[in-house]
Design a protein around this ligand. Structure first.
Ligand code: IPM
Ligand code: MG
Length: 368
């Protein structure tokens, strides 16, 4: 039996509720499909700070590095806002990404026709949206030096720093992803103003020469933000530096109807990190109303990118789609729209049942 060691760092706010549902689905899929998913649950973020004194305690980091993949919920909360940087929950997440060497963050955003009315944009605009954002995750303003207060205490600095090698490696991931999809890649930058962006554009163009089958274009980040809400269907794969990608991925969430649906995979190192795009949502934590589908879809990405279980990943994605198509809606998708209201755990169980049925069906089919 294939055994996979999964480090689960659920974190703060709704993190524990949504990762619980992702674990539920994985456990059942494992039982039906003959895989042993072994979960090692540990604290990260604010809860780790409170119980162990650090947002990423060394023992937690070591266990993540030694696992086969990491599933993360969310970190942060208003009670931590005033803390110094090394105590902030977000610092724990950034250190984990860095330690795992996850330089490429894949964030898919797909408009599901049966819930197209959940987007604030017109259904005619969001129709056919199917975008994969590849966000550079370990460079740029998030990590660049110098940073912080300068000699003049009235001045504060962050630096956008990129090496050609850092741009090249994330560009390659984006071109490879484009090859698996519609062979169209849009590189996002601010090359009319920023030197790092001019270099980004040069490097992406150079790497592009090795992928003549992929159609490459370059769009300035401000135009990209506009095109995402006017003509999102023009995009297939988008590659962007860290902060541009952070901002654009939240904008992309509005196309799908709820950020609660969005999943992500952070890859590039030996161990992948999988987390929903949404945050800790402290105002709705503990009420069993959060949408766990982004966390469950992140578990599907784990199967695809860390364990090479493509068919099982698709089973989860098919189950999620069928639950949405049947009108089941967590609170974020309701807002007076027709549908069948469900809680966090109810929608998790629905996905679980459908995944089990899909896996059983495939096994029965292969047995005859
Ligand atoms: C995200 C989040 C994080 C980021 C925060 C929580 C540090 O916004 O994953 O998009 O900025 O990368
Ligand atoms: Mg973000």
């Amino acid at each position: 039996m294939n055994r996979y060691k999964i480090a689960v760092v659920a974190g703060d706010g709704i993190g524990p509720e949504v990762t619980r549902e992702a674990m539920r689905v994985l456990r059942t899929l494992g039982e039906a499909g003959g895989f042993d998913f072994h979960f090692h649950e540990m604290p990260i973020g604010g809860v780790a700070l409170r119980t162990m004194g650090s947002p990423l305690p060394p023992a937690v980091l070591d266990a993540c590095v030694e696992s086969d993949a990491v599933l993360l919920g969310a970190v942060g909360g208003p009670e931590f806002d005033a803390l110094p940087k090394d105590k902030k929950p977000e610092t724990g997440l950034l250190q984990l990404r860095q330690a795992l060497g996850c330089f490429a963050n894949l964030r898919p955003a797909v408009s599901v026709p049966s819930i197209a009315d959940c987007s604030p944009l017109k259904p005619s605009i969001v129709a056919n949206t199917d975008i994969l954002l590849v966000r550079e995750l370990l460079g740029g303003l998030y990590f660049g030096e110098p940073r912080g207060r300068r000699d003049d205490p009235t001045v504060c600095v962050n630096s956008m720093v990129y090496s050609e090698a850092e741009v090249e490696r994330v560009a390659r991931v984006a071109f490879e992803q484009a090859r698996r999809r519609s062979r169209k890649l849009t590189s996002v930058d601010k090359a009319n103003v920023l030197e790092t962006s001019a270099m980004w554009r040069q490097v992406v163009t150079r790497v592009g020469a090795e992928y003549p089958d992929v159609q490459l274009d370059h769009v300035l980040v401000d135009s990209c933000a506009m095109f995402l809400v006017t003509t999102p269907s023009r995009f297939d794969v988008i590659v962007a530096e860290n902060l541009f990608g952070d901002i654009l991925s939240d904008e992309m969430a509005a196309l799908t109807g709820s950020i609660g649906l969005l999943a992500s995979a952070s890859i590039g190192g030996r161990v992948g990190l999988y987390e929903p795009v949404h945050g800790s949502a402290p105002t709705i934590a503990g009420q069993d109303i959060a949408n766990p589908l982004g966390a469950i879809a992140s578990a599907a990405m784990m199967l695809r990118y860390s364990f090479n279980l493509e068919q099982e990943a698709r089973d989860i994605e098919t189950a999620i789609r069928s639950v949405l198509d049947d009108g089941y809606k967590t609170a974020d998708l309701q807002n007076g729209r027709p549908g069948r209201p469900v809680s966090t755990s109810e929608i998790g169980k629905l996905v679980e049942q459908r995944v089990a049925a899909l896996v059983d069906h495939r096994h029965a089919y292969h047995a005859v």
